[in-house]
Design a protein around this ligand. Sequence first.
Ligand code: UT7
Length: 327
Amino acid sequence: MIRSRILSAGGYLPADVVSNDELARRYGLDTSDAWIRERSGIGQRHLAAPGETSSAMGTAAARQAMERAGVAAGEIDAVIVATATPDSSFPATAVRIQASLGITRGFAFDVLAACTGFVYALSVADSMIRGGSARCALVIGTETYSRILDWTDRGSCVLFGDGAGAVVLRAEEGEARGGAAQRGILSTHLHADGRHADILHVEGGPGSTGGTGLLRMAGREVFKHAVTKLAAVVDEALAANGLGREDISWLVPHQANIRIIDAMGKKLGLPPERVVVTVDRHANTSAASIPLAMAEAVAAGKFKPGDLVLLEAIGGGLTWGSALARW
Ligand code: UT7
């Protein structure tokens, strides 16, 4: 049986680090460092420089992931990019990254599932590897939300940041089907419910005849969905593999709000040091948040062979999902 193993992860953050106080000053926001920290756990975010695109950041993150994995451009035969802030409607940001990395074979395309984008992209890549369409895939989350934020809406603009993360997946022959002890992605679980599309969306876009092109979020509504849906999708991942919460080595959650992250850690009975947290420094980088967090964990030498790593995310759509991998 073929398994997709996560070989390594890389990340990239723009140079401009903006504290809560600096953000308030820069955009004339009626907010405070205390409010932002207390409600979300965010202390700062990185913002892309003028001209710095999702493809440029995704390329940098992918390069670091490939270096850490010891994988050359010639080995990659799939580039799958999760982004809600592509450089342009088309071509896909994935092909821009593919070209920048000097990859000339295989395929490249984008996946759009907002903050759940990386989990969706990972699931697609895993399916394609197990199905034999690819052997070595780059899965990238990259976002420049600073370009779609309404800088007059203090309820949303303080929560997001820019950045990119990437992982390299490779097909490996495994043992018995479904063996949970085997290294690689054990399962992924995707959900969507478009009835809630309007609680977190971008107003208008290239195919619309109106709209500002800016992000709108009913934060409290999204929060309520997050707590219940993430708990359910984590249980689903454990049940699908006959594992219990005590088996989890690491939780790498989508980084939207420390209160949601803490609730999930508590639900799983994990001590805080087993939950990878970046929201304090990166804010919510949407599809980039999980691979960026993985990249930090890899750099810190946290994941050891055999560790069970659980990923979970929720975002616009609504979309939500989880993935379980043996490192
Ligand atoms: O990545 C996709 C998933 N996204 C999420 O998971 C986000 C989920 N939602 C959240 O994280 C939280 O709901 C927020 C952080 C967005 C907001 O926290 P909250 O505790 O739900 O606050 P709230 O929206 O209920 O707002 C409380 C008060 C309001 O004032 P009133 O109506 O109580 O007088 C807001 O107007 O805080 C006010 N407020 C602010 N005050 C200072 C909203 N934004 C700000 C701000 N600074 N930046």
